[in-house]
Design a protein around this ligand. Structure first.
Ligand code: ADP
Ligand code: ADP
Length: 229
């Protein structure tokens, strides 16, 4: 497991218009942190900085104690598995889509046999119903099924940090509950960062950070924040 530190992070896409105003927070290894806030608060921007799409104008971001500017971009990206709102899958089998995560983690040489072994090891952990479909091509998957495949792909890559970036925001409420159950299982004993605009989609976080207009305005447990609301 890896920890994350945001140390006085200032960032604006345009230096004359800052978006994040001195963010300070720590995610302990194995901790489940949620970041909530209204649209435009800076949640996606924070995720992009963590992934090093941009560097902050001031401050530092550490993963496992190392300033991410001092390590390779590949190693930063290998450390974080992202499950985005709309997961993009290849028009191929579920098996291929899941194995792609492994391929991306070890770009050098992934043999078909190694990939096959990796998938076989993983199939056991897939929900019922996927076992028979795993080799079928051109599947029509629902939004919820796509998210489940995306989660499986991320798990196979086995990153020390998992980032759920509005992972259930595009789903209807019943599907959302199913995916939240899967996310809860994934998050157990792992460093997870869940980004959402609604408190209801982050039930099991150890700590919730509320971001508003680029500033952390509250920190607390779910119950504490609901009491204040
Ligand atoms: P959230 O994810 O909380 O909705 P964002 O991080 O997307 O918030 O946006 C925060 C602010 O940054 C908004 O004012 C938004 O307009 C601005 N912003 C987001 N992406 C870009 C970009 N690529 N270029 C310029 N401004 C951006
Ligand atoms: P993989 O996760 O399969 O190793 P990559 O290393 O290319 O693939 O990307 C890592 C993760 O970052 C992917 O899950 C992908 O969805 C996500 N990602 C790639 N580009 C963007 C982007 N522009 N904004 C947000 N997430 C992105």
């Amino acid at each position: 497991d890896a920890g994350i530190v945001f140390d006085n992070v200032h960032f604006g896409y345009d230096p004359d218009r800052m978006i994040l105003h001195g963010l300070n927070f720590t995610v302990e290894p194995g901790e489940r942190i949620a970041i909530v806030g209204p649209s435009g608060a800076g949640k996606s921007t924070l995720a992009r900085l963590l992934f090093r799409f941009y560097d902050p104008q001031a401050g530092r971001i550490l993963i496992s104690g190392a300033d991410i500017r001092t390590v390779t971009q590949a190693s930063v990206r290998a450390a974080i598995g992202i499950v985005p709102q709309d997961s993009v899958l290849f028009n191929d089998t579920i098996g291929y889509n899941i194995a792609y995560g492994r391929a991306a983690a070890t770009p050098a040489e992934v043999t078909a046999a190694a990939m096959g072994a990796a998938i076989d090891g993983f199939i056991e952990r897939l929900p019922q119903g996927y076992h028979t479909q795993v080799g079928e091509r051109g599947l029509k998957l629902s939004g919820g099924e796509k998210q489940r495949v995306a989660i499986a792909r991320t798990l196979l890559k086995n990153p020390p940090i998992i980032l759920f970036d509005e992972a259930t925001s595009a789903l209807d409420s019943r599907t959302e509950q199913n995916i939240l159950t899967t996310m809860r299982q994934v998050a157990e004993h792992r460093t997870t960062l869940t980004i959402a605009h609604r408190l209801s989609t982050i039930v099991d976080a150890d700590r919730i950070l509320v971001l508003d207009q680029g500033v952390l305005v509250e920190t607390g447990s779910h119950a504490q924040l609901l009491r204040q609301a």
